[in-house]
Design a protein around this ligand. Structure first.
Ligand SMILES: Nc1ncnc2c1ncn2[C@@H]1O[C@H](COP(=O)(O)OP(=O)(O)O)[C@@H](O)[C@H]1O
Ligand SMILES: O=P(O)(O)OC[C@H]1O[C@](O)(COP(=O)(O)O)[C@@H](O)[C@@H]1O
Ligand SMILES: [Mg+2]
Length: 363
């Protein structure tokens, strides 16, 4: 048996651990693994690929990014903007199928986000035996309680906050840290809470600048002259508008960014306190995966191979109740896991005095 694997969409720490898991489990079964380069693009004839065996994947688990490369542009677009689904052109699917036939590949593992898994589902519906592995650094796919990459991103946020605390305290400043989180604010919430942020602004909880400014004034009155604010890039201004760096229209997803600068400027105007903004950006996506992301990646990779062994095509690996299981790709795509404003974690945050920007903090 020969199987294929590709990574697609944005990268994140842990992708190489998935590859390591796939190659290890396949090797044990005596299977060969073909790794396609640059996402689905590698499927186009004559095929851009490398043979993967344990000698090729030794030591890759600790590396960030992906040895296969990835892309979010090209011929296989299946999802644009806020979730509009488009069909991958039939001739492109036929070309991909011809490459898979030519290379005698019996099953294809697609490691990708919601968009790439939408493409995977379309290939499955056109008789390609596909298995999905969920990849989202934002951790926002409903069908899996957790995915690799998220924990590493939270570590970057905590590291940044640890550093920002010392400089903010020395200068009695407010510092606003903008982090990733397009629809879901998990990175801001987990990273912010574990890094000791005082104000956390999420896409799921619309905020008012008055409440943010009030929280900072209250802290000042208590002798706490520095404040750290974490804001997810998808957090919405009072007007409900998203701040974008680039509007790409129907070509894909708009690039978000700028909310950190906006919030910092408003804080300075409203409180008179010296305020600085800092954008963590792709530092969250790069670098070595944490132990948690490595073990998740390896388990996901091994599970993907075992799903092929069982012939469970059209399924996506999923993590629920501390177990790696599977769900249908079709059900998994388009269902976002968002922070619930009335959840236990938000209540815990409020109870320790964190301001989420939607109401006055404290009694
Ligand atoms: N080969 C490709 N050609 C065109 N679009 C692609 C290709 N691979 C991925 N995309 C698109 O890139 C976007 C992002 O992919 P996705 O898998 O959702 O990852 P993420 O959102 O994590 O970056 C989606 O809109 C997806 O359809
Ligand atoms: O590398 P790019 O294209 O700037 O991507 C950044 C985007 O990726 C995201 O982190 C989403 O990634 P995931 O699909 O992996 O969750 C957004 O928060 C952010 O806008
Ligand atoms: Mg996506």
């Amino acid at each position: 048996m020969r199987i294929g694997i590709l990574n697609s969409g944005g990268d994140c720490p842990g992708l190489n651990a998935v590859i390591h898991g796939v190659v290890g489990a396949a090797h044990t079964l005596g299977w060969e693994v073909v790794g396609f380069r640059d996402g689905f693009e590698g499927l186009l004839p004559p095929g851009d690929y490398m043979m993967l065996d344990p000698s090729r994947t030794v030591g890759i688990m600790k590396l960030g990014g992906t040895i296969l490369g990835t892309t979010n542009k090209g011929h296989f677009v299946a999802k644009v903007g806020e979730g509009n689904v488009s069909e991958v052109p039939r001739e492109i699917v036929e070309k991909a199928k011809a490459t898979l036939r030519h290379l005698e590949i019996g099953a294809l593992i697609v490691v990708g986000g919601d968009g790439s898994l939408t493409t995977a589902q379309q290939l499955f519906e056109m008789d390609v035996p596909v298995i999905g592995v969920p990849k989202t650094i934002d951790n926002d796919i409903q069908a899996t309680a957790m995915t690799f990459g998220f924990d590493s991103a939270c570590h970057s946020v905590v590291d940044a906050l640890d550093r920002l605390h010392t400089t903010a305290e020395s200068h009695k400043r407010v510092i606003v840290l903008e982090v990733m989180g397009r629809h879901a604010g998990w990175i801001a919430l987990y990273g912010g809470m574990s890094g000791g942020a005082d104000v956390i602004l999420l896409p799921e909880i619309p905020f008012k600048m008055e409440h943010v400014a009030d929280a900072i004034r209250q802290r000042d009155a208590r002798g706490l002259h520095s404040t750290l604010v974490v804001v997810a890039e998808g957090a919405r201004m009072e007007t409900g508008e998203l701040l974008k760096k680039e509007n790409v229209g129907s070509k894909g997803e708009d690039r978000l960014g700028g909310i950190g600068d906006y919030v910092a400027k408003r804080i300075e105007e409203m409180t008179g306190k010296e305020t600085r903004a800092c954008t963590l950006g792709h530092l969250q996506r790069g670098g070595a995966p944490t132990a948690l992301d490595r073990i998740l990646g390896v388990r996901f990779g091994a599970k993907a191979v075992h799903l092929i062994e069982e012939g469970k095509f059209g399924r996506m690996v999923s993590y629920q109740h501390y177990q790696v299981g599977d769900v249908s790709i079709e059900e998994a795509v388009n269902q976002l896991r968002l922070v619930q404003p009335d959840s236990e974690i938000i209540r815990a945050g409020r109870s320790i005095g964190i301001c989420f920007g939607d109401c006055r903090v404290g009694r």
